[in-house]
Design a protein around this ligand. Structure first.
Ligand code: HSE
Length: 311
């Protein structure tokens, strides 16, 4: 058994506009790192967190990384072991890019690596979902499943859990902009209507099926016209500065589609190539700057690998 490991796990774009809680994909950057060491004292300890500006709990029962590692150890019957965790946040919290998911997944991948991959990535998904429940009150899988499996993922069902990896056009890029305003997932979930009209549901499942078909057939036009969300976006977009202005800019510059990443405030455009992605993020950041909002940007193809061992 190795005595330590360092793992990177990626950020994710959940929902992918029309697939609230059922679609997500992983990106190459940003992401989080976890360093995990085996110690002589039984129990799971968080010894250090960097990059969080003191916002995340060090209490092992409250931190999503340690709590999910504790669940994993219970599951494999090894609560006798001592584990020390360092979490290095390399991405903004409350950004809509699956920040808690990246940390939790890095931790689970690290402990599973220490235990010679006793569980498959698919089997780790429920442990990571419990981490999401701790972070935002609901154990959704559309961040953790793509972070763990890499690629583009569909959660066909939650009960029973049925997670399916989808194909996607390899040359497709996500141009992501994070406006520096805080939107906690918990709040962004509470503001959504819990009941929808059948006519709206009909549009939504037509679009989800259209997007999945477009991914299979690499049909950008179909992908683009399917990425429409009448259920969640109209409410959540209120929290995002200049959301509709940014959409017009991105679409005029050749984006396939544009929408909210996860629960926001990050937004993303899908593009057919990397240079269009960079041009769009620059234009969106310029727009945000004009209304005094600082922002970060990332341009990435879909990350096929998921978490990786760095050391
Ligand atoms: N599907 C989740 C939501 C993703 O929209 O609340 C959170 O990043």
């Amino acid at each position: 058994m190795r005595s330590s490991v360092k793992v990177f796990a990626p950020a994710t774009v959940a929902n992918v506009v029309c697939g609230f809680d059922v679609l997500g994909f992983a990106v190459n950057e940003p992401g989080d790192e976890v360093i995990m060491r085996v110690t002589d004292t039984p129990g799971v300890l968080i010894s250090k967190i960097t990059g969080d500006e003191g916002r995340l709990p060090l209490n092992p029962a409250k931190n999503t990384v340690s709590a999910s590692v504790q669940d994993y150890l219970k599951h494999i019957g090894r609560t006798d072991i001592g584990i020390d965790i360092e979490l290095h946040k390399k991405m903004p919290i409350g950004s809509g890019l699956g920040s808690s998911s990246a940390s939790t997944v890095a931790g689970l991948f690290a402990i599973n690596t220490l235990f010679d991959n006793q569980l498959t990535a698919q089997e780790l998904v429920p442990f990571a979902m419990k981490g999401e429940e701790l972070a935002c009150g609901y154990g959704h899988a559309d961040n953790v499943a793509p972070a763990l499996l890499g690629g583009f993922v569909l959660i066909r069902s939650y009960e029973p859990l049925d997670v399916i990896s989808l194909p996607f056009p390899e040359e497709m890029y996500a141009a992501i902009v994070y406006p520096e305003v805080d939107v906690p997932t918990k709040d962004a979930r509470q503001m959504i209507r819990s009941k929808v009209y059948l006519k709206d549901a009909v549009k939504q499942w037509g679009n989800v099926a259209g997007l999945v078909t477009g991914l299979f057939t690499k049909d950008y036009d179909l992908i683009g016209r399917s990425m429409v969300d009448g259920l969640v976006e109209p409410t959540r977009s209120i929290l995002i500065p200049d959301f509709y202005k940014m959409r017009s800019i991105a679409m005029e510059m050749g984006a396939i589609s544009f929408g909210i990443s996860g629960s926001g405030p990050s937004v993303f455009a899908l593009t057919k190539d990397e240079s269009t992605g960079h041009a769009i993020t620059q234009a969106l950041q310029k727009q945000l700057k004009s209304i005094q909002i600082n922002s970060l940007s990332f341009v990435s193809s879909v990350n096929k690998k998921g978490p990786v061992v760095l050391d």
